[in-house]
Every structure is written in structure tokens, then in C-alpha cells.
Design a protein around this ligand. Structure first.
Ligand SMILES: Cc1cc2nc3c(=O)[nH]c(=O)nc-3n(C[C@H](O)[C@H](O)[C@H](O)COP(=O)(O)OP(=O)(O)OC[C@H]3O[C@@H](n4cnc5c(N)ncnc54)[C@H](O)[C@@H]3O)c2cc1C
Length: 366
């Protein structure tokens, strides 16, 4: 028979969205449990951050531990198209806020965050996957399966689904709907980078627009390793199709002179990985006793590196609104959560109207 547990809030997933929402609720006196399917560190893509996420980490008390990690500082981005170079600096911003952030190996970064939350006393269960949920009653009933095959039934007043690509509640509650975004594929790995240029040129994230519908990233980390990946139209990826994704990635790199010179003979420190048609959308971001945060709700094209920022922005806001609801205050989830988050999502969905030069103040060469 399944064991039973009771908490105030169950958070599904220990990525950045789950870490910030559990941190906020714990600091506000709620009994929180986080369940995470994987053992950490685990690989996840999404390594270039935006300054706005620093506010979110600071607000929930997670910035100090991140500052100790010596991650690569990111002060802007470099876009390259048709041999032309365009640099953007966060200090040329249009509103107040942080002028820098980091480029991070997410396996390490996500573990630092959730380990810190666990060190405060939050119950974090790794290798524990949600398999079923019943949201029909006053309390949410969530079934989780442990690595040894055992099950626990977790009774909670509220559930935050921060399961990212796992999309736990959208799948279990049939909330999925087709995305308005065109299908996209991506292939990537981490490389040694022995020809990394000196100084800012070697440190800065570089986004290369290879063709109209295919771009690639170079994201250097402070540990000497660099993330390289392609994203774009699945038809382009099909022309290189190979069961060996490391080989496929190398073939693709070898056809782009900009990256071939630097990476053709470097070692991959993790095998090449591919994501196919990863865009997703949902009919609703919330329901009685639950909310979707981060990637479990909508997916934004990664060209502007907005995923972790969206995940933490929605994670903190979801936690704040859950706190109010649990304290008996009324919450208008549509107006206070969905509409707010959609401002960011809609911007991220329209890259053609939000090209890098769109609001540029002083890119160096464009
Ligand atoms: C090609 C590509 C490039 C990207 N580049 C960037 C970038 O440069 N910058 C950026 O900010 N973002 C980027 N992103 C987006 C980024 O990957 C995500 O937005 C970000 O990881 C979302 O964080 P999250 O906390 O919502 O989910 P995740 O980080 O995915 O965490 C969710 C967690 O939930 C767990 N989980 C899943 N199912 C279950 C289950 N059944 N039970 C329990 N736990 C479960 C998972 O194991 C996982 O650890 C990119 C995405 C793609 C596809």
C-alpha cells in the first residue's frame, strides 16, 4: 500500500522554477516538498541567462550562493550574420536593473540552487517521479513513484508544476494544445575549447544566424568548457540525420566555417543530444489548487535566452499568489498570473518583430 504524506505545497521538478518557488514558500512559513524525477546533477540545456533573473534569485535568497560559484559573467551578447558582427551590452538598457548575469553549466547551477533550498530544511526527494494526480477534491492528491518502485500519495493544499519538458500536469490533466510557434529542432553538446579567443571575445555568448531559419550558439563557461548547439527548422536537421547525434553535430559544425575552425577537433565532454519539435502550449496555466510555472506551461524560442528568466519569473509569481490563496485571500489567476506572463511570452514568440537591432541603442558594428 502507498505511504501517505501531507504538505502545504507540492512542487514538481527541481529546475530553476521549482527552486525559486519552493524557496519563496519555505521562507514564508509553508511546509513545502519538492519531488524530482532525476538524480542531480542532470544535464539540461538553457545556459545563457538574462539580467532579470538576478532579481528573482535575490528576492528568494538564492543569489548569494550563486555568486560564490565563479560562473562566467555575461554582460551582453554578440550576434553574427553574413559575416557582420553586432554586439549588445546590458548596460545599454531601457529600464533600471541588473547590467550583468551569468553563462552557466545547468547541471551544476540547478544542483547548487536546489541543494541550497534543501539546506534550509525543504524536503527534496530526488529520483521521485509524479505518475498521477487527482485535483478534483479540496486537497490535491499526487502519486509519486520512487527509484525502488515504491509509491507515496502526497496530499497538498496546492501544487506548483515546475516539471519543465516533463510537462506533468499538462499531460495528466489533458491541458496540452498545439503551439503557435513553428516546429523547431535543436542539437547540442559541450566541447573543450582550446582555441578560445583571449578576453571578452572568448567570454561572450555568440549567436550565429546561419540561415534564415537556423541559428547556432557558442556559450563559453568559466571552467574552460563551451556549449555549442544549433536550433531551427527541422528540415535542415533532417538533411544531416544520423543515429549518432555526436557525429551529426560534428557534421553540422564542419559545414559552418565560423565554428569549424574553433571546434572541429575539440572533444565533446557529453555526447551530442537532440531535441525535436520542442515547442509546446497549454489550454490553461492554472486550475483549482494548481498552477503551471516555467517550461511546463509555454515554451519560448531560445534565441533571446529567456527560458530560465521566464522560469524564475513565473516561479516566484506563482509562489506569491499561492501564498495569498493559502492565506484565504482572493487571487485572480487570469489577470495576475496569466496576463502578466503572456506579456513576456508574446514578445518571445514574435522574433521577427523583435530582432536584435529592434531597440538597439549602440551595438558596435551592425
Ligand atoms: C535548444 C534550447 C536552447 C535553450 N537555451 C536557453 C538559454 O540559452 N537560456 C535560457 O534561459 N533558456 C534556454 N532554453 C530554455 C531552458 O531550457 C528552459 O526554459 C529552462 O530549463 C526551464 O526551467 P524549468 O525550471 O521550467 O524546467 P527544467 O529546468 O526543465 O526543470 C524541470 C525538472 O522537472 C523534472 N521532472 C520532469 N518530469 C517530472 C516528473 N514526472 N516528476 C518529477 N519531476 C519531473 C525534470 O527532471 C527537471 O529536473 C533553451 C531551450 C532549448 C530547447
Amino acid at each position: 500500500m502507498a505511504k501517505r504524506e501531507q504538505v502545504d505545497v507540492l512542487v514538481i521538478g527541481a529546475g530553476p522554477s521549482g527552486s525559486v518557488s519552493s524557496a519563496f514558500l519555505h521562507r514564508n512559513g509553508f511546509k513545502v516538498k519538492v519531488v524530482e524525477k532525476e538524480r542531480f546533477p542532470r544535464f539540461v540545456i538553457g545556459e545563457s541567462l538574462l539580467p532579470r533573473c538576478m532579481d528573482n534569485f535575490e528576492e528568494v535568497g538564492l543569489l548569494d550562493v550563486l555568486k560564490k560559484q565563479n560562473y562566467q559573467i555575461k554582460v551582453g551578447a554578440r550576434f553574427v550574420r553574413d559575416g557582420k558582427d553586432c554586439w549588445f551590452d546590458f548596460e545599454d538598457h531601457f529600464s533600471k536593473g541588473w547590467t550583468w548575469t551569468w553563462q552557466v553549466p545547468r547541471g551544476h547551477f540547478d544542483k547548487v540552487l536546489i541543494d541550497e533550498v534543501a539546506s534550509w530544511g525543504v524536503d527534496v526527494a530526488f529520483e521521485t517521479a509524479v505518475t498521477a494526480v487527482d485535483t478534483s477534491g479540496e486537497r490535491q492528491l499526487t502519486t509519486v513513484r520512487h527509484a525502488d518502485g515504491g509509491e507515496t500519495l502526497i496530499e497538498s493544499k496546492f501544487v506548483i508544476d515546475a516539471s519543465g519538458y516533463g510537462r506533468v500536469l499538462p499531460r495528466l490533466l489533458q491541458l496540452d494544445q498545439p503551439s503557435v510557434m513553428p516546429p523547431r529542432s535543436s542539437i547540442f553538446s559541450h566541447f573543450t575549447d582550446r582555441r578560445r579567443p583571449e578576453g571578452i571575445l572568448g567570454e561572450r555568448i555568440t549567436l550565429v544566424i546561419h540561415r534564415k531559419d537556423v541559428w547556432l550558439w557558442i556559450i563559453p563557461f568559466s571552467n574552460g568548457i563551451t556549449s555549442v548547439g544549433f536550433a531551427g527548422n527541422p528540415d535542415y536537421f533532417a538533411t544531416y540525420d544520423n543515429d549518432d547525434k555526436s557525429k551529426q553535430l560534428l557534421d553540422m559544425i564542419n559545414d559552418v566555417p565560423f565554428v569549424r575552425e574553433r571546434f572541429h577537433d575539440q572533444e565533446m565532454v557529453v555526447p551530442g543530444m537532440m531535441l525535436k519539435t520542442y515547442s509546446a502550449s497549454v489550454k490553461s496555466f492554472f486550475g483549482p489548487g494548481y498552477v503551471l510555472a516555467g517550461n511546463s506551461s509555454e515554451f519560448i524560442d531560445p534565441v533571446f535566452s529567456s527560458g530560465v528568466t521566464f522560469a524564475t519569473e513565473s516561479g516566484v509569481l506563482a509562489a506569491k499568489l499561492a501564498k495569498r490563496q493559502l492565506n484565504g485571500e482572493g487571487v485572480d489567476w487570469q489577470a495576475e498570473y496569466v496576463m502578466y506572463m503572456h506579456q513576456g511570452i508574446d514578445f518571445g514568440h514574435t522574433p521577427s518583430t523583435a530582432t536584435p537591432g529592434h531597440r538597439q541603442k549602440k551595438g558596435r558594428i551592425c
